[in-house]
Write a protein that binds this ligand. Structure first.
Ligand SMILES: NC(=O)c1ccc[n+]([C@@H]2O[C@H](COP(=O)([O-])OP(=O)(O)OC[C@H]3O[C@@H](n4cnc5c(N)ncnc54)[C@H](OP(=O)(O)O)[C@@H]3O)[C@@H](O)[C@H]2O)c1
Length: 316
């Protein structure tokens, strides 16, 4: 309907307007604060994987979990040594890397109690993953889809009644601008980095919701939920349009959440006893269950996205 240029422009304006709205709401809402780390349940003996935990929100999540006694493995592209956190190579833009990460994790015969699908890219210039998928779709959604599916058996074995394993998908309010074009998940017909980010976050949310329903129906001791961390001052914004990047640099320190504040709802979803068992699932923002677009709960869309994703992962 739109020309490619107009499509890019409209998608960008829609995302920036949404961002502005979210920021205003965030400024006038009371910030959710996690109960002091000493009042959260200890996590000794538990194992957590946090993707993209080398910086930003993921790092704060990993650090906090480790402080509570969990053994935390960070899956990331650039890794270093920062005990007690363990860094392992995981490039979500490579299906082979995801498979290798899972294989080496399983060789260690560890349980897996918490999986935080946090890594993400936003507004990156048009590019493809190693396997030819659009970068936002490949990293934010498909890489995590594969990772979760491959780890599901370990998550199921590690959970028990009253102590479910948890999958926490770090999504975004940007999902509200997303659409699912099942015949063009790779955005080949028309491309906008802004739209691609929104689509990937919507796909992640639909996946989270579908996974939770399947696990619940199957009676497995695993829950899956999605979280919006709010607008957080991290390097995620480094690909903004140049004038906006300059403006962002000025306002983000004042108006955005810090990574620690952004991590609060993610940690709440991953650790809080109030979200145990049947109370798990859903979409969480600022420490509360929040509404999402109706598409998230459409069983037909969920099923079609799941099947299409599985087909995409079959080597051609
Ligand atoms: N910041 C916000 O305002 C905001 C708002 C809503 C949602 N979120 C979501 O929050 C999550 C964390 O973002 P952030 O704000 O903390 O951003 P960030 O500081 O840029 O961190 C992103 C993380 O993702 C990792 N990553 C990127 N590409 C990867 C790949 N191919 N394979 C493995 N890891 C990869 C990065 O690893 P390297 O360090 O190795 O590159 C980094 O650790 C994202 O999913 C984002 O969509 C953020």
């Amino acid at each position: 309907m739109f020309s490619p240029v107009l499509f890019r422009l409209v998608s960008a304006i829609k995302l920036y307007l949404l961002g502005l709205k979210v920021l205003v709401i965030q400024l006038f809402s009371k910030r959710f604060e996690l109960p002091g780390w000493f009042t959260m349940p200890r996590q000794d003996g538990k194992v957590a994987i946090v993707t993209g935990g080398g910086r930003g929100i993921g790092y704060e999540v990993a650090r906090h979990m480790a402080k509570l006694g969990a053994r935390v493995i960070i899956g990331t592209v650039l890794y270093c040594t920062l005990p007690p956190l363990e860094f392992k190579k995981l490039d979500l833009a490579s299906l082979q890397s995801v498979r290798q990460f899972v294989q080496s994790f399983k060789e260690r015969d560890l349980p897996l109690n918490i999986l935080v699908n946090n890594a993400g890219v936003m507004l990156v210039p048009e590019a493809c993953t190693e396997n030819g998928f659009e970068l936002h779709f490949g990293v934010n959604y498909l890489g995590h889809f594969l990772l979760t599916c491959l780890l599901l058996d370990t998550l199921k074995l590690s959970g028990k009644s009253g102590n479910f394993s948890r999958v926490v998908n770090v999504s975004s309010s940007a999902h509200r601008n997303g659409e699912i074009r099942l015949n063009d998940l790779n955005c080949r017909q028309r491309y906008s980095a802004h739209a691609a980010y929104c689509h990937s976050k919507l796909a992640q949310l639909i996946f989270s919701s579908h996974l939770h329903r399947e696990l619940e129906q199957g009676g497995f001791p695993v829950s899956s939920c999605a979280v919006d961390p709010g607008m957080v001052d991290t390097s995620l914004y480094r690909h903004l349009w140049t004038p906006l990047r300059l403006a962002h640099g000025l306002v983000s320190r004042l108006l955005f959440r810090t990574p620690t504040e952004g991590a609060a709802t993610v940690l709440y979803a991953a650790l809080s006893p109030t979200l145990e068992g049947k109370c798990g699932g859903g979409y969480w923002a600022n420490g509360r269950r929040d509404a999402t677009t109706p598409l998230t709960f459409d069983p037909e869309v969920q099923q079609l996205l799941w099947e299409t994703s599985q087909r995409l992962l079959v080597p051609q």
